[in-house]
Design a protein. Sequence first.
Length: 426
Amino acid sequence: MTPPAELESLLDGLGDELAAWRRLAFDEKAPLKKTPLEKHRSQLRTVEAMLNEGITTARAELATGSDAAGLPVLVLDLHHVWDYFRSKFALRRLDEYRGYLDAADELAWACYEGPLNAALVTGDARPKEPPLVSFSRDPAPRAHRRGGQYRDLLPRGGMHTRAGVQLVRSLPFPVIDVPWYYGSHVPAVLTVAHEVGHHIEDDFALTETLATRLAGTSLPEAWIGEVFADVCASLACGVAYPAVLADVVGTLMNPEPTVEAAELSPHPPLDTRLRVCCAALDLAGHERPKTWPARIAEALSDDPDPSSTKVTSALLDDGYPQFAHRRLPDLLPSAPVTQMHADRLLAGIPSGLSVVPGVFAAAALAFLTCPAEYRSRRVGTRAVTEALALRPEGPRAEKRTAAATTGTQLLRALRAADSEQSAATE
């Protein structure tokens, strides 16, 4: 049996490591000091709180001696869980990966911030940690939802204690996995906006609302989540998104399903997705390019597709109660990217756009315009630098929560005034 003093040391070691990572996000002795992981403050706090529960459980068992023999295994389980998150934060400490991951996180936040702040104003939602972008060996991007089990995402080894299994039953914040090679192909980062669309649906309980809105269309229910995410990405990234979507889907190992097979799959055929994207762009007022890439041109007819227009109208025309009755186009960043912005990047100068999704969309259009010039002008690297220059200083949570608190207080005051007025007239 491991001596109690050694067990205490094992637990102290994990606690000290968690505290060291916390200081990379927030320095209690100098609260205004810029820290390397300040953008991940709420995420690190959440992970630390979760693991500290496991440490507390272990200390209680050590004090009572009820299961002291199994404590080393529990400590290893805690390290196993921590390793899943630590590896993601550690990459942000390496120059080779920091720029891309920071910029991808900023793209995710640009798409997530508007819906989150609108939800907080209703008073029915709590502040939520934003999605974290991570690399994966999967060939396609994936969204892992908040509260979902993530045992299968951990490195090899498995969990060996009941307390450890309990920890991996609920992912503390959303995670977006992208293939490792996206780090060297910046245009594909636009797919992060699509994955954020899935997290918007999950985090703000939109599934039933979306099903109700689309009940009068011909869209199979199994496709609703993917279509909603495509619409979100189209609004945020403009005409570049469907072009990137066609390119990304074309590189997948498995072919897109036929219409008949796809009705049982959550992924609609590519042509259906491209038509919906273009219909969303039309309704949102984006100017269509003079020429589409060949794959999109094949999917489109000269006239608007009535079924796609009906689907996008159902999603875009009216506000959502979860967002204080605001419409999606009013919540997501607008990226009116044109060929001019892509040409600026190809000429070696900044795109000149003021929103992160727009900068990446311009880079994607630049790649589609001339891949060779894109590489020789280092457009991808420059787009990452330009996007990060748009990032405001300081942590996300504090600024967002303070603004949301003010809005919530105002809304509650108005509701109280309405109630008093109604009571006075009765």
